[in-house]
Design a protein around this ligand. Sequence first.
Ligand SMILES: [Zn+2]
Length: 389
Amino acid sequence: MRLISGHYIFTGREFIRNGIVETDSAGRIASLGSLGDSIVERESVEFFNGIIIPGFVNAHCHIELSHMKGVIPEKSGMSAFCKSIMSYRNSDADRQLSAMYEADKLMENEGIVAVGDISNRYLSIRMKKDSRLIYHTFVETFNLDPRLAGEVISMSKDIRRSFEKEGLRASISPHAPYSLSEKLFEMSVSEGNRDGIVSIHNEESIDEMELFADKKGKMRDLFGKNTDLFIHEYDRPIQRILKYIAPETSMMLVHNTHTNEQGIELALKRNKKTTWVLCPASNLYIENCLPDVSLFSKHKLHIALGTDGFSSNTKLSILNELKILDSAFPETGLQNLLRWATLNGAEALNLNEELGSFDTGKRPGILLLTDIDFKNMKLTENSRVKRLM
Ligand SMILES: [Zn+2]
């Protein structure tokens, strides 16, 4: 049993000044309260200078791409990025696996307790079984040749089965609105509807927006005439996702860098369980721009945070994503940001019975955030995270 206290406790929803959290011997939350205005020295209370928070949830990562750290040039746009990914994907399997183990350790040290991970092969199964983190694997489909749709989906089902056989959570999801034939897109979303959860890259780049709006541009040049088979049906990428998604499926829309009011309204009308997953460091890496977070806040959207993979990020740190958002959108406030980084991510991945907040009975992990600007309740450049449990 431990009694942990700090200047503030963030419960997953709000701050408690001089709060105190009690855990049982298994690390489960036994109680939550406040020491009151005066910090009295109580026997066996561990008091920390900083904010005590539940473990971070990384709602979007590509652990399979960990060997690509520092390989792809920054700020060269989405089409150039896709081209690089395709050429670096198949390198030595042992090297890929050891990069994954390293990335997993880094995330653990960064206070991450659960990951929504995009993988399209079997390779990460062993690492995920060995990990102390909880992974939900989205088995990702992509292929623009309609003749190969059946083959791709049956392979993906086999991968999903292999994860599940090892006791790991897995479901099938399409990569993005621009990288699948209509047939494969429909089949992939319907598998996701069956699994109850879909995670898809949405309106991430200017090249993608141009493909759908003008039916031409860099992405059309890269992917060729197979895109002509479906592109005339849609004006915006999100329309293609919404065509097949079931209203009750937990839908994670990732990036949303170019999402506007129209896209938000379309999604809210069609789906009741949408989470908008933001990966700001990756957006800066690829295109040097950020989503319109103020617009998302105005609509009170359900937002979670992801790091994306090492192919488009120099760190796998939710705290780093928070620092970027806190500095670019100061009006958001630390309370909202921390909720996005903890409880909302857990809710999106259906892990909120165990993770994301200090509710009694949960085992969410306990972190300490230090070097906070308490006067303005803001993160600083020097803010650090340490695992307490
Ligand atoms: Zn991604």
